[in-house]
Write a protein that binds this ligand. Sequence first.
Ligand SMILES: Cc1ncc(C[n+]2csc(CCOP(=O)(O)OP(=O)(O)O)c2C)c(N)n1
Length: 460
Amino acid sequence: FFRQFGSKTPGHPEVHVTDGVEATTGPLGHGIGNSVGMAIGMKILAAKFNTDKYKLFDNKIYTLMGDGCMMEGVVSEASSIAGHLRLDNLVIIYDSNKISLDGPVSENTSEDTKARYRAYGFDVFEIDGHDFEAIDATFKEIKKKQTKPVLIVANTIIGKGSPHMSGSHKVHGAPLGAEELKATKKAINLPDEEFYVSKEVYSFFEDKQKQQNKLEDEWNENFSAWAKENPKLFEEFKKMQSKTLPVSLEKDLKDFEMKTPIASRESSSKVLNYLADVLPFLYSGSADLSSSDKTYLNKFEQITFSNFKGRNFKFGVREFAMGTISNGLSLVDTFIPVCGTFLVFSDYMRNAIRIASLSDLRVIYQFTHDSIFLGEDGPTHQAVEHVASLRSIPNLQVIRPADANEVKMAWIAALTHIGPTALILSRQGLPTLDETNVSLEEGLSKGAYIVKKEKTKQKD
Ligand SMILES: Cc1ncc(C[n+]2csc(CCOP(=O)(O)OP(=O)(O)O)c2C)c(N)n1
């Protein structure tokens, strides 16, 4: 059933589809961004909810990558941020078998990866990835003390044990075939039985299951005791988990005063800042454009390596990492991340948007400087084809509000959509229309509605 549709081992496992899968895989490199987002998410939860007595959130994020991932640009972007934020709960295991799809990695890569990661601010370990004792010793050491993100370079041989295929790129995604499988089992002293699993392996995992169940029970008991002793924190945690909106939100937003004309990036920023006060699960970030895309939450601090109590991310000029990290943060399930850049640069993060859409991840993109009215930057910055191309992504909610009234309703639509939303916003001032001052149901949720009807009769 290897790589078969509907099996437990599909070509690329997807979250919410296959049990036990925590993030959709497939596009190389994306997972490193996911894991950085998850690690940041856990640091935030720890800063917010751990007390001297209860360390509820102290887990590590372990992620596995291959040579293919290591070559991707997004991995450099995300790793650079991980090092900068000194994520001491992130462990990347690099399966370095020096083979990718087309052949040996030496045909296209000669960098010093370990030096690169040390330069990012990682602690780097190197082991024989087939040596169980070395693996165990390294994990024990990291568990004892970790002050930075960790990269474990695990040197491996692809298809190890297969007499004719080991060390070859041919073994990457194809089954060995009946004959080679037989020869491999013989070479590694396994009986020639289909799906053979030794008794030792069964009993090892039975014990593991018992241990894990016990740990889970202990954590749940701890959580209940924490909740009882810290009712305010518990309330906040529940709000973040449920992501429910105040019942009066539509009315509250309608009553929210706004000048006219007003650019929709500006009205959206005002709504976002208002929402941040009432919705603790909203976190916001920008790829070095927060003063232009207006995503900054003014009443909250910036997240830094020494302050995970902030609610603003400065991603630097790293749009793709911003998208993948936001996906990872959304996967933690207590956050709706908002991230912003110019609409034209949505291209840089397109694959993250696509994966968020495919995985039902709740991420809100504040894409500003819509179309040709963006100002002085010229054709390279004029988003002409971008709205059409975003609209072609299934499950991505794309909203281009006409004015401040629609911006308000667009935010409610974004906060209730199970999937990502792209808000397309202007730099230029837009007049607020009387006709758009209608409920979400009567207006924006229809996708399109009549704002002004023609006065003259149409000719036949
Ligand atoms: C972004 C992206 N580009 C290309 C591919 C197609 N692809 C799948 S695996 C692979 C190379 C895998 O090499 P490696 O990570 O070393 O895997 P291994 O050899 O260990 O199986 C490529 C190019 C992909 N999945 N994602």
